[in-house]
Design a protein around this ligand. Structure first.
Ligand code: MV4
Length: 451
């Protein structure tokens, strides 16, 4: 087992990784920017290294600074958390060159899944259902138009280097195709420096269902069932739950089997997520694979009792998986609490937190790095806490989460808690009737100021 791990991240995920390391008897090194000097991850770790100024690209994304921090502290492994360098194939391979274990998959696996068109082709070859569309990249606008006619409009043009909602254009008519093609290519070059586009049939009002998988170094793969992450705003997830209120036992059996088959085909190591779109007829299609631990991992930990962060470290150290596939027990829901103002278009609202009170109670978990007096920096993601409840049934979980939201106090900066309070009162949410388009028609005037 590793004697010392460097955590190349900040916020609650850095804290959670440090906690797990302590329980495993592993020493920890925190890295931080100058903006995060007073952060809890710095205080909780055994050692810390300042890796640069506030801007992420000069600190948490600075590969030379982070490798140097690992070298000087003699850390033999790096946990990348989520975001930042977690899906950076170059970083994974540089770690390997320096004899530092990257806690995650190989550079090759990250690269293969990072190119969305390659990922799709790989999964199709493995027998995983994919959205009908082009076989690989489009080679001309004429080919695109011909194919779109075959598939039927509307279609989507997607940048192969995209993901998480960036670089996607909806094309509703043949007349609009040429213009959208030009826009999509320009955006792809500007955002990713890569112009490759592929075409897909547009799936209307789908659900976003993802399967948590875990693979060891010896080819063993298990799944930990699904999460429903359909409730998103501008491709930012706000609510995640397991099990999905939409997924039936037969659908669960098929989708988890497909996820396992796909992961087994790519020689994968570590935790990962297979994302699927599911239409109203229960047809499901592979969308992309995330090759990291995700923000919503606690939902799966709650319903399975499986320690994902600990397992990541054990697998990286060469331990064999000895768990069967795991299915949800009871129901878990997570709400992401962000420092943003829901009364002003959810604009980011960094600043000083004067007072906090976290909810508690059986089955109520808070994952957060904030405290009274903490200043939320403007330089990073606006997520400041996750509220997770676990109860016997979905109705019980909703009752707990309403109660927990009543207790929750954050003073000094606006947060999206008023949005969550309105959401949990919504009838469609309570009935589990929502798709990825749910928030497009949500009545935000129901939000109440104050409290
Ligand atoms: C789609 C789709 C409908 N049809 N692909 C958005 C994020 C990126 N990962 C893929 N996305 C979508 N791809 C086809 N063929 C609809 C979306 C989509 C979406 C997907 C998941 C969660 C929220 C979403 C919100 C809008 C659009």
């Amino acid at each position: 087992m590793f004697q010392k791990i460097l955590i190349a991240n900040r916020g609650e995920i850095a804290l959670s990784i440090i906690r797990v390391c302590k329980e495993m008897g592993i020493k920890t090194v925190a890295v931080h920017s100058t903006a995060d000097r007073d952060s809890l991850h710095v205080r909780f770790a055994d050692e810390s290294v300042c890796v640069g100024p506030p801007a992420s690209h000069l600190s948490y994304l600075s590969i030379p600074s982070i490798i140097a921090a690992a070298e000087v502290t003699d850390a033999h492994a790096i946990h990348p958390g989520y975001g930042f360098l977690s899906e950076n194939a170059g970083f994974s391979s540089i770690c390997a060159e320096y004899g530092i274990k990257f806690i995650g998959p190989s550079a090759e696996a990250i690269r293969k899944m990072g190119d969305k068109s390659t990922a799709k082709a790989t999964m199709q070859a493995a027998g995983v259902p994919i959205v009908p569309g082009s076989n690989g990249l489009l080679t001309s606008v004429e080919e695109g138009i011909r194919l779109a006619h075959e598939i039927g409009f509307p279609v989507l043009l997607k940048a192969t280097a995209g993901g998480g909602g960036k670089g996607i254009k909806l094309v509703e008519t043949p007349e609009a195709f040429h213009q959208k093609w030009i826009e999509a290519r320009q955006e792809a070059i500007a955002s990713f420096g890569k112009d490759g586009l592929y075409l897909e049939k547009y799936i209307e009002e789908p659900r976003h269902i993802e399967i948590q998988i875990v693979a060891d170094q010896y080819g063993q793969v298990i799944h930990l069932s699904e999460r429903d992450c359909s409730i998103q705003r501008r491709h930012q997830k706000l609510v995640e739950e397991s099990p999905s209120p939409f997924v039936t036992a037969p659908l669960r059996a098929k989708i988890t089997e497909a996820a396992l088959k796909g992961v087994a085909a790519i020689g994968y190591e570590g935790v990962g997520t297979m994302e699927f779109l599911v239409d109203k007829h229960h047809n499901f299609y592979f969308m992309e694979m995330n090759t990291r631990i995700q923000v919503e991992y606690l939902v799966t930990e709650a319903v399975t009792g499986f320690n994902l962060l600990r397992t990541q470290i054990e697998i990286a150290a060469g331990k064999r998986l000895d768990s069967p596939n795991l299915y949800p027990q009871g129901h878990a829901i997570e709400l992401r609490i962000n420092a943003e103002d829901p009364f002003h278009g959810f604009r980011p609202a960094p600043g000083k937190i004067n007072h906090v009170h976290f909810p508690g109670g059986l089955g109520t978990t808070i994952a957060s790095h904030i405290y009274a007096g903490y200043v939320v920096p403007a330089h990073y993601d606006s997520m400041i806490a996750k509220l997770i409840v676990h109860a016997a049934t979905r109705a019980d979980a909703i009752a707990s989460i309403k109660r927990a939201l009543e207790e929750f106090v954050i003073e000094g900066i606006p947060t999206n808690i008023p949005f969550h309070r309105a959401l949990v009162e919504d009838e469609a949410f309570q009935k589990g009737q929502f798709t990825t388009q749910y928030l497009d028609t949500f009545d935000f005037s129901l939000l109440k100021q104050g409290e």
